[in-house]
Ligand binder design. Structure first.
Ligand code: FEO
Length: 401
């Protein structure tokens, strides 16, 4: 039995949610599940926007065929070739052999790389600002390279003023029977997941996201339909302004994200004391044990806060393994415009602090505060003043912002 959602008179969501997936893309935990969105537009011609992941392929095919009824599918628009949206293309073509596949030239290349089937005669390649008239609705295509892959494009339905935004404006989390972001308490229940989705999936490509934002600023948008998560029909400016901040790498809030790597709790204790002193000064903090909290959450929180503090034990003369992985992830995602404080620990040769500094020296506009607090095994009373000085230095730079 199909399970679809009506989005407008002519547009129906025919996607599905998956709550069994442990790790999205093999690396991001999705404790609240994930949705794979596909949209069917019924007009003079029929148009399907993207397909879904293999996990929900059967449900999707039922949704599609039952919504189409006796009609044929005229066009399948591929906005993004990543297999979580394209693996069902073969099934769609098998079921509707005359369908035209509308995609960028790069998508066509990628399709050949990923799959053995040949869409040859069915291909309908579009480029920047090409249009497609399907009856009452007129579609326009705009390229959005690296949001999140190079072949990505977005589509704009100028009749209903709907932007089909591919990965942009998406969110982790199953839809749980809703379809619109305003049907849920998005700020409270989903904004953290939207930030975690953005920062980890496209956080590295801020400049390309900014180009897309500039392009769509010229459009009159009443609805945004992304490939994951909810459809936006209210407070569209709100989610666009979040994207504007995230893509600029500017922090959303003043405060300190404290990440620590500890073996026996002594490094954690130093981080706790720093957090406590910051709180005494009225500064917001968030603390994460990097061996427990997934890196994707800490990357997301690092994009959120103005200041970052890293406290790590030394391990095999290097940075503790989980902290090393986190910092490598953060620098790979192009973190910038932050103030960083460093605490190191090591029972005989503390070295992690210098190595953390070296990593952040490669990033753009990261100011690492003077004075690594260096602990030998456990923080001593005479070192409390060093933590106090670190809290003062953080407070001074927050006040200046
Ligand atoms: Fe869900 Fe980049 O795709």
């Amino acid at each position: 039995m199909h399970c679809t959602k009506k989005i407008s008179d002519d547009l129906t969501w025919v996607g599905a949610s998956d709550r069994r997936l442990a790790m999205f893309e093999g690396v991001y935990s999705v404790p609240y599940g994930v949705s794979y969105n596909s949209y069917l537009l019924l007009d003079g011609k029929t148009v399907l926007f993207d397909t879904v992941d293999k996990a929900v392929q059967q449900r999707f095919m039922e949704n599609l065929t039952e919504t189409l009824g006796a009609r044929e599918l005229d066009y399948l628009v591929i906005l993004h070739m990543e297999p979580d949206h394209s693996v069902a293309v073969r099934d769609v073509v098998a079921r509707y052999p005359d369908v035209k596949i509308v995609c960028s030239a790069k998508s066509m290349e990628m399709m050949k790389q990923f799959y053995d089937f040949d869409i040859g005669q069915n291909a309908y390649i579009v480029k920047e600002n090409d249009t497609l008239d399907i009856g009452k609705h007129k579609l326009r295509f705009m390229m959005a390279p690296m949001v999140h892959w190079p072949e990505v494009m977005v589509a704009y339905d100028s009749t209903d003023k709907i932007l089909f935004s591919a990965d942009a404006f998406g969110c982790f989390g199953a839809l749980n029977g809703a379809i619109f972001a305003d049907e849920v308490d998005f700020e409270k229940d989903y904004m953290d997941e939207a930030r975690r989705y953005y920062t980890n999936i496209v956080g590295k490509y801020g400049a390309q996201v900014a180009s897309l934002l500039k392009k769509i600023s010229a459009l009159d948008i009443e609805m945004i339909c992304p490939l994951h998560g909810f459809t936006w029909r209210r407070d569209i400016e709100g989610i666009i302004s979040k994207y504007s901040i995230w893509s600029s790498y500017e922090p959303e809030e003043n405060g300190v994200m404290i990440a620590y790597a500890t073996v026996y709790g002594n490094t954690e204790n130093a981080a706790e004391i720093l957090s406590s002193k910051l709180r005494d000064k009225g500064i917001k903090t968030r603390m994460f044990d990097v061996s427990v909290t997934p890196a994707s959450t800490i990357v997301s929180e690092s994009f959120r806060w103005s200041h970052l503090a890293f406290a790590s034990t030394t391990y095999n003369m290097g940075i503790f393994v989980t902290m090393e992985a986190l910092i490598s992830d953060l620098t790979a995602h192009n973190i910038q415009n932050r103030t960083v404080a460093v605490i190191e620990n090591g029972s005989w040769a503390p070295a992690s602090g210098g190595l953390i500094r070296e990593q952040f020296a490669k990033c753009k506009n990261i100011r690492v505060l003077e004075g690594t607090v260096s602990i030998k095994s456990g923080l001593k009373a005479e070192q409390l003043s060093e933590i106090e000085a670190m809290a003062d230095a953080i407070a001074a730079t927050i006040i200046k912002k």
